[in-house]
Design a protein around this ligand. Structure first.
Ligand code: SF4
Length: 382
């Protein structure tokens, strides 16, 4: 299985004169001060020294490193080994840096790519910081993936969030990225000021229509020392409840998933934050657990209905009200990546199914022939 290690290089708020209401880059990246190209080199070396045993273990030796992303972990990086190593410039708006500074960082990454020590170069930026001059330069440094912080396709939401660009900038950026042949990604946020369930789904649909290679879904987190925090204190902004946030994200997730888009991340990592009281550390599992529940309920409804119709067909003359109903066993299957989602965060799905279907004895098992996010139920009668 192809696995993927990411070497993240955070460039906090560099190149960005904007003040999006939710943003506190220094806090999110838990760092202060400028990162130089030489720092980038040191970061790459440090990560490669961690990953080197992984590469050397192409014979299948056990291995794992913090740089292996969530999908790689789920895919069993230990067993299969890392196949692709990517340097990613995250943080501010990379292409908002002066061209010479972009080039200085990219030259370091290219050096490692030319030497075959990394495979890909990835960066994130704003949609309105994409033009031909910038893309010519990225192409010269063999950048592979450009990720756009789109956040929403709703112009009212973008305005209320202080983004400083509208949705037209996104379409223009994507058209140029496609023309140049760059792989691109789209980040969306859930619960920004002015956001609604409808605008979230619309953003997901627009994203699906543009066909990015990857997407990330970030529920809005209210960080201290941001405009959003002040807005909340003044009663001008009310964060979503966790349930609302999960429900909106789930609706977006389904749109993107149905379009075959790789949803690289759902929710922030704990290491992304210093604080933020609307943050949940297992947000992805909440969303995928909710999807699992939604898909499993019809399977169990069907199993329950078959139990009830079997009970009705028992000859009334041979059954009394006090006769215990024989319990039917239903085994639910998912592939092993989705097993914990099937059970749910803190076994919430398991408890929910047990309460809702007392006539069924429910068991859980793995079946790796199933695609991720899909389930089956096998009924065993006593
Ligand atoms: S564009 Fe990005 S870095 Fe700049 S303020 Fe907005 S979120 Fe922060």
């Amino acid at each position: 299985m192809k696995t993927h290690a990411i070497i993240p290089i955070f460039i906090p708020h560099r190149g960005c004169p904007h003040d999006c209401v939710f943003c506190n880059q220094r806090r999110i990246t838990a760092r202060s001060g400028d990162v130089t190209p030489e720092d980038a080199r040191a970061i790459i070396e440090t990560w490669l020294s961690t990953l080197r045993p992984l590469s050397a273990a192409a014979d299948g030796a056990d291995r794992e490193a913090d740089g292996v992303n969530q999908e790689a972990r789920k895919g069993g990086a230990n067993a299969g080994g890392v196949r692709t190593v990517e340097v990613s410039f995250y943080g501010g708006s990379f292409t908002g840096l002066p061209l010479a500074e972009q080039s200085a960082f990219l030259a370091v990454a290219k050096e490692y790519k030319d030497a075959g020590r990394i495979d890909k170069v990835h960066l994130s930026t704003r949609p309105d910081y994409i033009d031909r001059e910038i893309l010519d330069n990225l192409r010269a440094y063999t950048v592979d993936t450009v990720e756009l912080g789109v956040q929403s396709f709703d112009d009212d939401v973008l305005r209320a969030s202080g983004r400083g660009h509208d949705s037209r900038a996104v379409y223009q950026a994507v058209a140029l990225l496609k023309e140049y042949g760059f792989e691109f990604g789209i980040q969306l946020m859930i619960g920004l000021p002015g956001d609604s369930p409808e605008s979230c789904v619309r953003s997901a649909r627009e994203t699906a229509a543009l066909g990015p290679a990857l997407a990330r879904l970030y529920p809005t987190v209210v960080l201290p020392d941001t405009a959003l925090y002040d807005m909340r204190c003044r009663g001008e902004y009310t964060p979503l409840t966790l349930e609302e946030s999960v429900s909106r994200t789930l609706a977006m997730y389904k749109v993107l998933d149905a379009a075959g888009i790789n949803i690289m991340r759902v929710g922030l990592k704990s290491s992304d934050l210093v604080s933020g009281d609307t943050y949940h550390p297992a947000f992805r599992q909440l969303v995928e657990g909710a999807l699992a529940r939604e898909r499993i309920v019809p399977l169990l409804d069907q199993a329950q209905a078959s139990v009830q119709s079997a009970a009705h067909s028992v000859d009334a003359s041979t059954a009394t009200k006090s006769d215990p109903q024989p319990q039917v066993t239903v085994t639910l299957y998912s592939n092993h990546h989705w097993f914990s989602n099937m059970i749910g965060h803190k076994a919430e799905n398991k408890h929910f199914f047990a309460d809702r279907y007392p006539q069924l004895s429910i068991r859980y098992a793995a079946d790796d022939t199933l695609p991720g996010g899909w389930f089956r139920a096998a009924v065993t009668r006593p």
